[in-house]
Design a binder for this molecule. Structure first.
Ligand SMILES: NC(=O)c1ccc[n+]([C@@H]2O[C@H](COP(=O)([O-])OP(=O)(O)OC[C@H]3O[C@@H](n4cnc5c(N)ncnc54)[C@H](OP(=O)(O)O)[C@@H]3O)[C@@H](O)[C@H]2O)c1
Length: 345
């Protein structure tokens, strides 16, 4: 595993620095659980790809709520993350080196990837990925935009297409439409030919429309169930009361998928609907499909802020204090109707 390798190599480097030839890189390392202040900007050994791995020179890495998972003991254990740990799951960059079993990518290729939660490693100058995780970077995107795509776009895709089987002509209610997942979910659903009802706060109502939502609901003023009725699919990224009230708006035989909670089987049975809780998985083929939609201009990518790697603390300070995955990460700056932040080198 990348982290364990980095740790072992890191100790080795400190002790044998005079003789070591291991290339060094800058990375953000988490050595202890805590708030964003535990993110340390350090020199660490550059990872070396194994047979089935690809070493990427990271040009940009996405910043997502899940990036804080390794800082919380409970979620770190849940995801199998061990300290010390380099956070970051979304990367875009150039293939530097490939392991012997890699056939789909070669040195110099532009790629983007969602790195598995256990491995992470994106907040660094170089990161390891695999053929299962990486896909060709959409040609129309800069690296900084491409890095904002993988985890949220894959989540939206796997929720709507793989899990809920959303089809043309159906109606979908998307909670948190202005968030990272929501912005892609709205656009993927529209590209699929569905009718979209989306929720967000007051400041983001125009934004929902710009993304293609047919109906925008301000959750601070209107109960969504007063507007959305008999929908085919609900995508929930909010949980709690929002999820509890969502079962009643799905038509019989419809589907509810949540990203942040357990599904209540009794509620499903009561309403004659189906449902599932989703945990997103890396998927190279799906990332390729998403990339095509981006290059065809059917999906636009919005980046809210960028940070140098050395300011990863500022990037993660956007998340609510004491937040713990899978708690809802409330949007930070209401004047900025976009949520994805990316760091640059
Ligand atoms: N299970 C998985 O595999 C998986 C994958 C990805 C993400 N997630 C989780 O899904 C959640 C969303 O992720 P994200 O990246 O989209 O987060 P995000 O970018 O922080 O967006 C969250 C959005 O939720 C909206 N929101 C807050 N309270 C709301 C409410 N009561 N009703 C409707 N919308 C509300 C906010 O909109 P306003 O700013 O307009 O209030 C914000 O745009 C996070 O908790 C994340 O950890 C889970």
């Amino acid at each position: 595993m990348f982290c364990a390798a980095a740790v072992a190599a890191g100790i080795l480097h400190t002790e044998l620095s005079a003789q070591s030839v291991t290339p060094i890189m800058k990375a953000i390392v988490v050595h202890e659980y805590g708030g964003p202040e535990v993110l340390k900007y350090e020199d660490v050994p550059r990872p070396e790809p194994k047979e089935d791995q690809i070493l990427v020179r990271v040009i940009a890495a996405g910043v997502n709520p899940v990036d804080e998972a390794g800082r919380s003991e409970r979620s770190a254990k849940f995801f199998g993350i061990t300290l010390p740990f380099v956070p970051g799951y979304d990367i875009a960059g150039i293939v530097e080196k490939t392991g012997g079993k890699i056939t789909k990518f070669k040195t110099g290729d532009s790629v983007y990837a969602y790195l598995s939660l256990t491995n992470g490693g994106g907040y660094a100058e170089y990161a390891l990925t695999t053929e299962r995780e990486a896909a060709p970077k959409p040609k129309s995107l800069r690296n900084v935009d491409a890095a904002a795509v993988p985890v949220v776009a894959l989540t939206a895709w796997q929720a709507l297409i793989d899990t809920a089987k959303l089809s043309a002509g159906q109606t979908v209610l998307i909670h948190g439409g202005s968030g990272g997942v929501g912005t892609f979910a709205i656009q993927i659903a529209k590209a699929r030919g569905a009718k979209v009802i989306a929720t967000a706060s007051t400041a983001n109502q125009d934004f929902l429309k710009q993304l293609g939502a047919d109906v925008a609901i301000d959750y601070t003023k209107t109960k969504f169930e007063d507007v959305a009725k008999n929908v085919d699919v609900v995508l929930d990224s909010v949980g709690k009361d929002t999820l509890a009230r969502s079962y009643g708006v799905v038509k019989k035989g419809g589907f509810i998928v949540t990203l942040v909670a357990r599904i209540d089987q009794a509620e499903l049975d009561k309403h004659g609907i189906r449902g599932a809780a989703l945990g997103v998985e890396p998927d190279s083929n799906e990332l390729t499909e998403i990339g095509k939609l981006i290059d065809e201009k059917k999906i636009k990518v919005i980046v809210s802020q960028t940070f140098p790697l050395s300011e990863a603390i500022k990037a993660q300070e956007q998340f609510p204090k004491h937040s713990r995955f899978p708690k809802q990460s409330k949007h930070r700056n209401k004047s900025q109707p976009v949520t994805r932040a990316v760091k640059l080198f």
